[in-house]
Design a protein around this ligand. Structure first.
Ligand code: DOR
Ligand code: ZN
Length: 348
């Protein structure tokens, strides 16, 4: 095992991030803009970001929430619905405002009610996206009541994603937040136009962390964490230097009381400590030299963005870094993801 005490990498990007709106947006944006150069911003607001005009207005609200000393660029997405206007989407993409389109199967997760019920209805839009090279970001879970929640990703690949990719060759797809070995294997089976993001928390927790010794609502997210064998497959993929896997934190803030609840919301808040967590995960695999590919290179290459020129230095301290347990606004707070091990790596 190589012993590192510091590493320098290109400034990371986050290819899957929830910033929300209003007071929550103001609270959480600095935690991302501090450590990340760019982020793909999820559009599942209420109401969702379904048009170029809504995305432009949302981008302006995000920019207002970025502290002036932070260098951070939000990359906007559109929320795909059965009435998405392909011309509006193309204009948004060609103007440089829209970086991707997000597919939420209706009912799959937070604010997905306006999502897609019948995938064939959006094929014309997907065809347009293939023509113009605009990536589709996919929440890859079926929502059928008879499919076990732990199987929903694997079934989605077979019943929905593979048919889409066969029907629309050239469509560029990012499987967001994959949680299974099935997801890893499917990405690896594709010759081109397919990649996946991996979250910080899915590299660290398995389903036991949620359920053993009492229910842990702050580990509940969607797709739900799976068995350990799947987590190990994700860690292997992240640390393998394969260009098809890159970081999308899916940092998804919810007020603490809405997670510590009889019907708790899905999402882990990881923006603030993601780089510390990842450095530890990669160090444990003796793969710190692969961290930059995962956080700062593979995603940019997939999205056709220039690599970031700024550098981030991560330093390993002797004593654990003290992250707050919550980030606080007036009247609510958000609980910070607890990796369950001490964090010694810190952004210098
Ligand atoms: O855990 C999650 N939280 N998964 C998602 O897909 C959505 C996200 C949210 O918006 O809260
Ligand atoms: Zn998400």
């Amino acid at each position: 095992m190589t012993n590192h005490t510091a590493i320098t990498i290109r400034r990371p990007d986050d290819y899957h991030l929830h910033l929300r709106d209003g007071e929550m947006l103001k609270l959480v944006t600095p935690d991302s803009s501090r450590d990340f150069a760019r982020a793909i911003i999820m559009p599942n607001l209420v109401p969702p970001v379904t048009t170029t005009a809504l995305a432009e207005a949302y981008k302006a609200r995000i920019e207002e929430a970025i502290p002036t000393e932070h260098d951070f660029r939000p990359l906007m997405t559109l929320y795909l619905t059965e009435s998405t206007d392909a011309d509006d989407l193309e204009l948004g993409a060609k103007s440089g405002l829209i970086s991707a389109v997000k597919l939420y199967p209706a009912g799959a997760t937070t604010n997905s009610d306006s999502g897609v019920k019948s995938i064939e209805r959006v094929y014309p839009v997907l065809e347009r996206m293939a023509e113009i090279g605009l990536p589709l970001c996919v929440h890859g879970e079926v929502t059928d009541a008879d499919i076990d929640i732990f199987d929903r990703e694997a079934v989605f690949i077979e019943r929905v994603l593979d048919p889409i990719r066969q029907a629309i060759p050239g469509l560029r797809v990012v499987m967001e937040h994959i949680t299974t070995k099935d997801g890893v294997d499917y990405v690896r089976s594709a010759e081109k136009d397919l990649a996946a993001t991996l979250t910080t928390h899915h590299l660290i927790i398995n389903r036991n962390h949620i359920l053993v010794g009492g229910i842990k609502p702050h580990y509940y997210c969607l797709p739900v964490a799976k068995r350990e064998v799947h987590r190990l497959a994700l860690v292997e993929a992240a640390t393998s230097a394969d260009p098809r896997f890159f970081l999308g934190t899916d940092s998804a803030p919810h007020a603490t009381d809405t997670k510590e609840n009889a019907c708790g919301c899905a999402g882990c808040y990881t923006s603030i400590n993601t780089l510390s967590c990842l450095a530890q995960v990669f160090e444990d695999q003796d793969a710190l030299d692969k961290l930059e590919l995962f956080t700062s290179v593979n995603g940019a290459n997939f999205y056709g963005l220039p690599l970031t020129e700024a550098r981030t230095r991560l330093v390993k301290q002797d004593s654990p870094v003290n992250y707050p347990q919550t980030v606080d606004s007036s009247g609510f707070n958000v609980t910070v993801f607890d990796p369950g091990f001490p964090l010694y790596w810190k952004v210098a």
